[in-house]
Design a binder for this molecule. Structure first.
Ligand SMILES: [Zn+2]
Length: 469
């Protein structure tokens, strides 16, 4: 018999393969982080001898969800930035937090965010830290992502402009400083299957044309993608027209910034010309519906971009503009927002939304050969839901149930790279209760230091775990 590390049996498997096959009473054999085989339980179980076998009777297995946009450290700011437009919110909440946060605090907040992602079926995350106030901030952010067991892409924002738009002076540095910082990061963290360092830029109004093209040059030389918020709201076009005389995307086309290695976040304000230019350069899109609603940014023309042939993926965005890190909520909101925007219930279907969160996410990261679907040879990134609460039953259409009826309480198993991160809804490799306690305490301390309007006081939480000091 062939050897397997892990064998899942008797599951209903939503494969997301080319034919979108669904296997009833299916099994998946996992060996050394990859799917060795999948198919009918009778066939697979008789072929493989596994170290661990999980009976998945009554459970539905999906490919792991790919969260293509996040600011994990912002877990600290849940509930502090209510009811503010994005510029005010950046100046009042996220920037002061980013300046004051310690590397040790970053570790706790990033890990807390990752734990919620695991609870909501995510196995891959692209994180956008702000500028690291010290190099250790990168180290601790990356250490938390690595400890979480998620597949990750780490970025830290490059800002060489923006004081006139209230970007705090401490966030701004010459482009050479950032290139040096990234060179150190690339040396310390060479890319692996699990983690790689990518470039990121906060917004069109936080970078100069020269700085942007300097990053593009290094990106081309090192084959490193760039993640960037683009056209999140009206401010991007307004500021770039004022500075350079053209809307953002036509200007980027003119200077040669657009490329297949650009992952554009938000893309709410998109003209037909903008979409055409993105198609021309195969720019990838990350849609963040909860954040767009939270900040009142607008409704991204996602179906229009999808129909034009663009690769669409989904992101939760940082907890600062979401207040949670729930990917399942993002799936549901992605569907509902397109429907309400079009005033048409048939504007998007559940299958398309699942495609964005799996295959689209994989393609947006250039990982379509490795993740995004459950097929032999691909990485074993998956999660399972159980019919264990009234919220999800009855199930008639597994995909519709996932998009519209599931919550984190229904996610019982999460596996990334063949490793079981959560089983029976219990995190396997981290003291989750301890991290939650440390997160609450650290967030209160940080809010107090930043003069934020926390409505709770230190001490009400009770005994703080002794691990945090
Ligand atoms: Zn963002």
């Amino acid at each position: 018999m062939d050897k397997a590390d892990l064998l899942l049996t008797h599951a209903l498997i939503v494969t997301q393969d080319k034919g979108r096959a669904i296997i009833p009473d299916g099994a998946i054999a996992i060996w050394q982080g990859r799917i060795a085989a999948l198919g009918a339980t009778g066939e697979i179980a008789s072929r493989f001898k596994a170290d661990e076998t999980l009976d998945m009777t009554g459970k539905i297995v999906f490919p792991g969800l790919v969260n293509t946009h996040d600011h994990l450290f912002q877990v600290a700011t849940k509930g502090l930035g209510e009811d503010m437009p994005v510029e005010k919110w950046v100046a009042a909440v996220t920037s002061p937090t980013a300046l004051s946060i310690s590397p040790e605090e970053i570790y706790i907040f990033v890990l807390t965010g990752c734990l919620e992602l695991i609870h909501s079926g995510v196995t891959t995350v692209v994180d956008m830290n702000y500028k690291g106030m010290q190099f250790k901030s990168h180290d601790e952010n990356i250490r938390a992502m690595t400890d979480s067991g998620l597949r990750g892409r780490y970025t830290t924002t490059i800002t060489d402009y923006g004081k006139e738009y209230n970007v705090l002076p401490q966030m701004v540095d010459p482009i050479e400083w950032y290139i040096e910082e990234y060179t150190r990061l690339f040396e310390k963290y060479p890319p692996t299957d699990r983690l790689a360092v990518w470039f990121s830029i906060g917004a069109p109004w936080t970078i100069t044309r020269e700085g942007q093209m300097a990053i593009k040059k290094v990106s081309d030389e090192t084959n490193t993608p760039i993640v960037m918020h683009i056209n999140e709201n009206y401010a991007d076009n307004e500021t770039i027209i004022r500075r350079y005389g053209k809307p953002v995307i036509p200007f980027y086309d003119e200077i040669g910034f657009l490329s297949p290695k650009l992952l554009a976040i938000h893309c709410v304000e998109m003209s037909d010309t903008d979409i055409e230019l993105f198609v021309k350069h195969d720019v990838k899109v990350s849609h963040n519906p909860v954040s767009n609603m939270y900040l009142g940014s607008g409704i991204a023309p996602v179906m229009k971009m999808h129909k034009a042939g663009l690769t669409i993926s989904l992101g939760v965005d940082g907890a600062g503009s979401n207040n949670s890190q729930d990917m399942l909520e993002t799936l549901k909101c992605a569907a509902l927002l397109q429907k309400v925007g079009a005033k048409d219930a048939s504007a998007v279907d559940a299958q398309t939304v699942l495609d964005w969160a799996t295959l689209g996410g994989a393609k947006a990261l250039g990982l379509e050969k490795e993740i995004g679907s459950l097929e032999a040879g691909k990485r074993a990134d998956l999660f399972a839901i159980a019919l264990n609460t009234p919220k999800v039953v009855p199930v008639h259409d597994p995909v519709a149930s996932l998009i519209y009826s599931c919550g984190q309480q229904n996610v019982v198993l999460t596996v990334a790279d063949g490793k079981v991160l959560m089983k029976d809804s219990v995190i396997q490799h981290i003291d989750e209760a301890g991290i939650i306690a440390q997160c609450q305490e650290a967030a209160l301390a940080l809010a107090t230091r930043c003069g934020s309007n926390s409505k709770v006081k230190r001490g009400w939480w009770g005994n703080v775990t002794e691990k945090y000091s």
